[in-house]
Ligand binder design. Structure first.
Ligand SMILES: [Zn+2]
Length: 144
């Protein structure tokens, strides 16, 4: 398997539809047709009602920073530091473990509005990352 980026899991039976959508830069969320619960990451069962046929719905790709960590020491040598790992709370209610980009790592704040952007993988899939959705007040504080 050539060109497979280390650290990105291969799709399996449950996550295949999710990965397929990333290739088209669509962020989808498992959404239960029975109880309307939204969950991520994808699972075989709805964690709310136990339905074994959770469906899919497209996310608007907007949310807010729920928590984040600036990584200064990479776990692997092929990663550039520093980078920002974050939990993003999507408007649909699901939490996504992702990366923040488009702003200096130390300039992020909790609850910053973000929107999805895509990093293409060389196997046709893409990874969702999040970028600032609107200029925030602390962007202007520095008066660059
Ligand atoms: Zn359900």
């Amino acid at each position: 398997m050539t060109g497979f980026r280390p650290g990105v899991p291969a799709p399996d039976e449950v996550t295949a539809p999710w990965w397929e959508a990333t290739g088209q830069h669509r962020l989808v969320l498992q959404t239960c047709p029975r109880c309307s619960a939204v969950q991520h990451p994808p699972r075989a069962l709805c964690t709310h009602c136990g339905s074994d046929e959770p469906g899919w719905a497209e996310s608007e790709g907007r949310g807010a920073v729920d928590s984040f960590t600036v990584v200064h020491r990479a776990p692997r040598p092929d990663l550039d530091v520093p980078y920002v790992i974050a939990r993003v709370r999507l408007d649909e209610g699901a939490i996504l473990l992702t990366r923040l980009q488009g702003r200096a790592p130390d300039d992020w704040r909790l609850d910053d509005p973000v929107r999805v952007a895509w990093v293409d993988l060389d196997d046709g899939r893409a990874l969702p990352v999040f970028v600032p959705d609107a200029p925030s007040p602390h962007d202007t504080e520095k008066g660059s």
